[in-house]
Design a protein around this ligand. Structure first.
Ligand code: FDA
Length: 427
């Protein structure tokens, strides 16, 4: 951090927000409604790009049931205050006031009927109505603090992001200077760099002495090498309900086999709780005790084959292609052996595997496809009521840049709205 004595000509704002994403726009409209002069800066050529691509283009904008348990972070209590002051029905109320059609999907998730663009348009309209200025294509070059006591605490030096034509004709970007009383960092996480994600928020936090909790890609599919990887890739396209778990948590949701590994809601949710090198467990027949079933059948239908039992006897029989692949992988040597001639121990072993297939992912697809970034700015150094830095007056952090990560299901947006709101109320 450097101190600045002689500011060049600059435009002053009460509040400058870096990042025109979900949390930045919500904070801006909240502060603007209070009569604060607000400027939002973003290096992207469009505001809210992640909103537009969210929820498969329909934006899962919140959830009917929002509890602190739906969030992870080193300090699990940090999110409580903002979430209780800005419950999901507040956002739903705004969506309804804008007559945006929406629907509920399983587990209380709320999606737009038409398009995520409706949510972005609503936020931008509210910003305009509140007098907020949004400046895109703006690179943040430096953030400095003023040494002398003035209402302005921060000075920002920015430059215009050049388009390809300007770069080709060697045009140098012109600089601009802004000052502000409150500076809000709303730059999000590192996921999907092609959508404009950068580590600027973390760099600024460090500039002001903040600690970072190690970041990692989260809400992200798992990848596999070795034989398991081959098996999974061969099953690409298959989806089935499972219980995916590790020692910390279990989710009963669908898994999706893909050409790259395992995806689907069950895997994305579990990835929030997964550390590199850990084993995950997948119960492929969550409503059936497979060991008991095989042992029963051995007594009642001793001539049956394992695949026959598994294909016809369960409420949620395994997809045929998966069953065939599992047979090759797990019981190829006894595939044509009648149950009567298979030792109980082998049936128990097979039942245990099908009710808890233990897999060791080689990794995840990483930030390229992750929905969120886990970790971030340590929340012990930030006020949970206002999002203000405990280390620098007038500096605020909101949204995903903080070490608060939500489950899949609209929780990350709810955190963006809630943290943006409580901050917008005080800046
Ligand atoms: P966000 O990422 O929204 O905004 C950050 C802004 O800062 C961006 O506009 C960026 O350009 C800008 N910025 C970054 N670096 C900068 C720099 N150096 N200079 C200037 N500006 C800079 N969540 C959910 O609840 N429901 C859902 O349906 C989905 N779906 C979904 C799909 C996909 C594909 C992704 C990637 C993510 C989701 N999410 C989601 C997660 C959700 O999008 C995310 O948690 C929020 O957008 C976070 O809001 P923020 O405001 O913190 O960051």
């Amino acid at each position: 951090m450097s101190n600045h004595r002689h500011a060049p000509s600059q435009t002053h704002y009460d509040v400058i927000i870096i990042g025109a994403g979900a949390s930045g726009l919500y904070c801006a409209l909240t502060a603007g409604r209070r009569g604060r002069r607000v400027l939002v800066l973003d290096h992207a050529n469009k505001a809210g790009k992640k909103i537009l691509m969210s929820g498969g283009g329909r934006c899962n904008f919140t959830n009917y049931v929002v509890e602190p348990e739906h969030f992870i972070g080193a300090n699990p209590h940090f999110c409580k205050s903002a979430l209780s002051r800005y419950p999901s029905w507040e956002f739903i109320g705004m969506v309804e006031a804008h007559k945006i059609p929406y629907h509920e999907r399983e587990h209380g998730q709320l999606f737009c009927d038409d398009s995520a663009q409706d949510i972005l348009t609503m936020l931008l309209d509210e910003c305009t109505a509140a007098g907020v200025q949004v400046r895109l294509n703006t690179q943040i070059e430096a953030v400095q603090t003023f040494q002398q006591q003035t209402p302005a605490r921060f000075q920002l030096t920015t430059s215009k992001v050049l388009n390809k034509k300007d770069v080709a004709s060697d045009i140098k970007p012109s600089q601009a200077h802004y000052s502000c009383e409150s500076l809000v960092v709303a730059t999000g996480g590192l996921s999907i760099p092609t959508m404009g994600a950068t580590g600027l928020g973390y760099e600024l936090a460090q500039q002001f002495g903040h600690t970072l909790i190690a970041t990692d890609a989260s809400l992200v599919p798992f990848t596999f090498t070795d034989k398991t990887g081959e098996l999974i890739r061969a099953l690409a396209g298959i989806s089935l309900p499972v219980i995916a778990s590790n020692e910390r948590i279990a989710f009963k949701l669908p898994v999706l086999f893909t050409h790259r590994g395992l995806s689907g809601p069950a895997m994305l949710q579990l990835s929030n709780y997964w550390q590199t090198g850990e084993i995950i467990s997948i119960n492929l027949l969550p409503d059936t005790d497979v060991t008991a079933l095989l042992l029963d059948r051995k007594k009642s239908h001793p001539k049956q084959l394992i695949r026959t039992v598994l294909a016809d006897s369960t409420d949620n029989a395994l997809p045929k292609k998966l069953l065939a692949a599992l047979q090759t992988h797990l019981w190829d040597d006894i595939k044509d052996t009648e149950l009567a001639n298979i030792k109980d121990e082998r049936l128990i072993e097979l039942g245990t595997t099908l009710n808890g297939w233990r897999l060791k992912p080689s990794g995840t697809e990483g930030y390229r496809t992750a929905e969120v970034t886990r970790g971030g700015i340590k929340t012990d150094e930030v006020s949970s009521k206002t999002m203000q830095s405990n280390l620098q007056d007038g500096l605020y952090f909101i949204g995903e840049v903080l070490d608060v990560t939500g489950w899949l299901g609209g929780y990350n947006f709810q955190w963006a709205w809630a943290s943006g709101f409580v901050c917008g109320e005080v800046v």
